[in-house]
Design a protein around this ligand. Sequence first.
Ligand SMILES: Nc1nc2c(ncn2[C@@H]2O[C@H](COP(=O)(O)OP(=O)(O)OP(=O)(O)O)[C@@H](O)[C@H]2O)c(=O)[nH]1
Ligand SMILES: [Mg+2]
Length: 302
Amino acid sequence: MENDDLPITHSGYIAIVGRPNVGKSTLMNHILGQKLSITSRKPQTTRQQILGVKTEGQTQAIYVDTPGLHLGETKAINRFMNKTAASALVDVDIVLFVIDAERWTQEDESVLLKVKQASCPVILVVNKVDKLVEKDELLPKLSELSDKMNFAQIVPISALRGKNLDRLENLIEGMLPEGEQFYPEDQITDRSSRFLAAEIVREKITRQLGQEVPYEVAVQVEEFSYEGSTLHISALILVERNGQKRIIIGEKGEKIKLIGKESRIDMENLFQYKVMLNLWVKVRSGWSDDERALASLGYQDE
Ligand SMILES: Nc1nc2c(ncn2[C@@H]2O[C@H](COP(=O)(O)OP(=O)(O)OP(=O)(O)O)[C@@H](O)[C@H]2O)c(=O)[nH]1
Ligand SMILES: [Mg+2]
């Protein structure tokens, strides 16, 4: 086939940025039609960048889900998360700046300063519009937001309900540059199955446990092996303190049993395999504020 006969392909990177808890990971999952990135009601759920690749026909959109940019970098893990999120603004083709339709905060203001420095088009994504009680609030809100910077577009959506996502995706598609596809069409992420498994466990802990524990939990997959018709996964849950270990295990082991059961169901869905899951809890004090420990847990600059 002559070169001229090859179909023209479009592909590129789309960074999803914003303060914690605005729905970045929910948005990526709904666009992909697959639960790839973990989500929860608590802020600072996503800790590491994760790619979600969507290939349709001649177009490959590579979404970059990032940790929420936040103020108050108290620990090394927080510095790592902010650095990771900010670095996603470099070398991408489109930025989706996600905010919560209900409120604009100080943290949004500091994200705005960062996205203003991006050299590519920025789409303001106003999420959670389903939560607005007065629907006629929306238009004046959007007009106010349009003064904040020169956005390429402003798109109100509900990531959770899948509302207006087709419009957002069409806009993105029209903005992606011509070029070869970066990933094979059946690849959906850059992350390993081990990483995804560890994240599933962290999600269940984050969703099951109270306020402070999830921020001091890390999960490491120690075994990931296919044996016959079963996938064996062992994961180590690291906490900062003994009290946290007791909370995660729960009375008579009830809590960890529940975390294990919910994790297994998600893993079986994702890997399409029967899963045997073993969970262990260990105390490793200081991991979240220790650069070396962070690196050994995979929280390191790429
Ligand atoms: N009502 C409503 N809730 C939403 C919507 N999108 C996300 N949420 C909820 O908002 C919470 C946070 O969602 P995430 O996707 O984890 O948010 P995030 O921006 O990735 O958060 P971090 O990873 O912590 O930065 C979850 O409880 C979601 O279910 C939406 O469109 N409407
Ligand atoms: Mg997230």
